[in-house]
Design a protein around this ligand. Structure first.
Ligand code: XMP
Length: 331
C-alpha cells in the first residue's frame, strides 16, 4: 500500500542521509527485528551494509541455511556467517542452571560478534563507522522503565547495551519508532517472506533453554528434528471454524527436550529413550498465557511422527500448564 511505500521511501532517505558513504555493521539473528532492519538498510545503502550472523548452534532445523538463503541468495546482501556451535557447546558443557546458561550464551554471543565487528572496523578509512540494531519502540520504552531479570538478559543478548561505544561506532536504529506489527508490515513490504516475518518468537538463547539442564549436541539434534515435525503439523492442521492453521492460532509453540529416559516397546523389543514435551500457548502479551487446546488429531499425528521418525525419542507429552504460575519456556 502507498502509506507503507511512503514510509519506506522516507526511511531509506533518512538512512542515506545519516550514513553518507560510510560502512555499517548489523548483527543478524534470524529474528524479525534484525531481519527487517537488515532488509531496510540494505534497500537504502546496499553493499555498504555488512551483516554478521553468529550461529550459536542452538537454532532450529535448517534455520542458519534459511537465513543465508534469504539474505545472500535472494536479497544479495553481504553476510558473514560465523559458525560458533562448537565454541558454544564447549562453554556450556557441564552447566545446567538456566540463568548460568543464559549468561554464557549471551556473553559468548557478544564476544564473537565483537571479534567480527573489530575486523570490519579496523580496515582504516574504509572501516565500518556504524552499528545498526533492530531496536523497536517497545524496547525503547522497556529499557527506560523497570526491568525484570529476564528482560535484562533479553536486552543484553539482542540489543546489546554499550556495544557501539565499546566498538567506537555510531548507532543506527531505523525501527526505533515502530511497533511490532508495523515492523512486520514493513518486512513484508520490503520483500521478506511472510512466513519469516510472522514466525513465532524465538528466544535469543535458542534451544539452550529448551534442553532442560546440560546442553549436549545429541540432545539439540534430537530436539531440532522433533520440533520441526511439531511445527510442520501445526501448519498442516487447519481449524475449520476460522480457516486458520493451528500455527497461526497459537502465539508460540515449540518442543522441549527432557533429559530423562522412559521405557517403551518397538516391534519385539524394549526401548529406553528420551522424552519430549510439546508446548503451545495463546497470549496477547506473553505476560500471561493459556495452554492451547490443540485438536487431539493434531497431537496424535505429531506424537506418532516424532516417535516413529526420531529414533532416540520414545515418548511425547503435552504441557497443560498456563502462565502464571508456569512460564512459557521451561527454563
Ligand atoms: P517466559 O518463559 O518468561 O517467556 O514466560 C516469555 C517470552 O519471553 C521469551 N523468552 C526469552 N527471549 N531471551 C529471549 O530473547 C530469553 O532469555 C528469553 N526467555 C524467555 C519466551 O520465548 C516468551 O516468548
Amino acid at each position: 500500500d502507498w502509506v507503507m511505500r511512503d514510509h519506506i521511501a522516507e526511511a531509506v532517505e533518512s538512512i542515506r542521509h545519516q550514513v553518507g558513504d560510510e560502512e555499517v555493521i548489523l548483527g543478524l539473528s534470524g529474528g524479525v527485528d534484525s531481519s527487517v532492519a537488515a532488509a531496510l538498510i540494505h534497500r537504502a545503502i546496499g553493499d555498504q551494509l555488512t551483516c554478521v550472523f553468529v550461529d550459536h548452534g542452538l537454532l532450529r532445523l535448517n534455520e542458519g541455511d534459511m537465513v543465508m538463503d534469504m539474505f545472500v541468495g535472494q536479497l544479495h546482501a553481504k553476510v558473514i556467517r560465523v559458525d560458533a556451535s562448537e565454541l558454544f557447546l564447549g562453554k556450556l558443557a557441564g552447566v545446567s542452571d538456566p540463568e548460568a546458561k543464559r549468561k554464557i550464551i549471551g556473553g559468548e554471543f557478544v564476544t564473537v560478534f565483537k571479534q567480527e565487528a573489530a575486523k570490519l572496523t579496523s580496515a582504516g578509512a574504509k572501516g565500518a563507522k556504524w552499528l545498526a540494531q533492530g531496536t523497536i519502540y517497545p524496547d525503547v520504552i522497556e529499557s527506560g522503565g523497570a526491568k525484570s531479570k529476564k528482560a535484562v538478559t533479553i536486552k543484553s543478548h539482542h540489543n546489546v547495551g554499550g556495544l557501539p561505544e565499546q566498538l567506537g561506532l555510531k548507532l543506527l536504529e531505523p525501527l526505533r519508532d515502530l511497533f511490532k506489527d508495523e515492523v512486520r508490515e514493513l518486512g513484508v513490504a520490503l520483500g521478506l517472506p511472510p512466513g519469516m516475518v510472522y514466525r513465532h518468537p524465538f528466544p535469543g538463547p535458542g534451544l539452550g533453554v529448551r534442553i532442560l539442564g546440560e546442553v549436549k549436541k545429541e540432545y539439540a539434534d534430537l530436539l531440532r528434528r522433533a520440533d520441526a515435525i511439531f511445527i510442520e503439523e501445526l501448519h498442516n492442521f487447519i481449524d475449520p471454524a476460522s480457516g486458520k492453521s493451528w500455527y497461526d492460532l497459537t502465539s508460540q509453540a515449540f518442543t522441549v527436550f527432557l533429559p530423562v529416559k522412559s521405557v517403551g516397546v518397538m516391534g519385539d523389543g524394549r526401548t529406553y529413550d528420551y522424552v519430549v514435551a510439546l508446548r503451545a500457548v495463546q497470549t496477547s502479551d506473553f505476560m500471561t498465557a493459556d495452554w492451547a487446546e490443540l485438536p487431539y488429531a493434531l497431537l496424535k499425528k505429531v506424537s506418532g511422527r516424532i516417535i516413529n521418525e526420531v529414533r532416540g525419542i520414545n515418548r511425547v507429552t503435552y504441557d497443560v500448564s498456563s502462565k502464571p504460575p508456569a512460564t512459557i519456556e521451561w527454563e
